[in-house]
Design a binder for this molecule. Structure first.
Ligand SMILES: Nc1ncnc2c1ncn2[C@@H]1O[C@H](COP(=O)(O)OP(=O)(O)O)[C@@H](O)[C@H]1O
Ligand SMILES: [Mg+2]
Length: 262
């Protein structure tokens, strides 16, 4: 049986969960909807299900229940993958160890070391460790700006750009991509970036597939930015949306869930 955990941030106009449920309905595949808030982690009656978390709240209750469910069910994405993606540090640590091209990154508490990193690069990007949708990301050029921030510091070399890319990976395939353009620092759709579908080139596909594997997700949205003529990986989203994609992502996700459930 397929169970679906709806994305808490769905709205009537932007409902990722419903798009996949509609596809399951079209294929006449039965499913049920479950809410993490009302699941008892010690309820052993929930077993052998394929449980798809379209989205979760980033809180302890949701993470704990999802982890407990994974003991006797196939949870998509695996909770460890979702947790890894929620943390920029955990993600970077895995990308670096997998030898995947990613911006040079500093993480630490010591202001003196953060200052050294800024001195070295001249300008750096600060990101909240558990941030998303481009929230809280700032460009820092002066030590005073760093001093206004509470540690820990997750800092990255600044790669100037007018666009970035989101590649959607399902299993071992890059099934679609968009380019996001804006005049601001962050090109996220939620920050006003304008997305348009693009074809997936080989380098993009390769990097995205490797990145999804490195962070342990079955499917994901991999954000890439160009450094010169090459792509470098910013992050992987473990509960990604597919805004502006022309690839039939809901259909592909529904098919993937059906495959998982066999
Ligand atoms: N090191 C960087 N240099 C330049 N721009 C960056 C850098 N890191 C992120 N950005 C911009 O900020 C956006 C959001 O960054 P990302 O790491 O994907 O975090 P979020 O989880 O908030 O989406 C990117 O899509 C890109 O436009
Ligand atoms: Mg992003």
């Amino acid at each position: 049986m397929i169970s679906i955990i709806p994305k808490p941030t769905d709205t009537p106009d932007d409902n990722s969960t419903k798009m996949v449920l509609d596809e399951l309905n079209k294929m006449e595949v039965p499913f049920r909807v479950r809410y993490l808030e009302s699941i008892d982690p010690f309820d052993t009656a929930i077993e052998n299900e394929t449980i798809w978390a379209c989205g979760i709240r980033q809180n302890g209750q949701n993470f704990e229940v999802l982890n407990a469910l994974a003991l006797s069910n196939r949870v998509v994405n695996p909770p460890e993958g979702i947790v890894t993606c929620a943390s920029k540090v955990a993600t970077s640590a895995r990308l670096v160890r997998a030898g995947i091209e990613t911006p040079v990154t500093f993480f630490g508490e010591a202001r003196a070391l953060a200052h050294d990193f800024l001195d070295h690069w001249g300008q750096v990007i600060y990101k909240p460790v558990y941030g998303f949708d481009g929230n809280g990301i700032v460009l820092i050029s002066e030590k005073e700006e760093l001093d206004a921030i509470e540690p820990p510091f997750y800092l990255q070399e600044y790669i100037p750009s007018v666009r970035d890319f989101r590649v959607f990976v399902i299993e071992d395939e890059a099934v679609g991509a968009i380019m996001r353009q804006s005049n601001s620092l962050t090109h996220n759709i939620h920050q006003g970036g304008c997305g348009q579908a693009v074809s997936v080139d080989d380098e993009m596909a390769d990097l995205a597939i490797q990145s999804a594997k490195a962070v342990g997700v079955d499917y994901g949205g991999v954000d890439l930015i160009e450094r010169g003529s090459e792509y470098t990986v910013l992050e992987v989203n473990g509960t990604p949306n597919w805004h502006c994609m022309t690839a039939p992502i809901p259909r592909l996700l529904a098919e993937f869930l059906i495959e998982c459930d066999f």
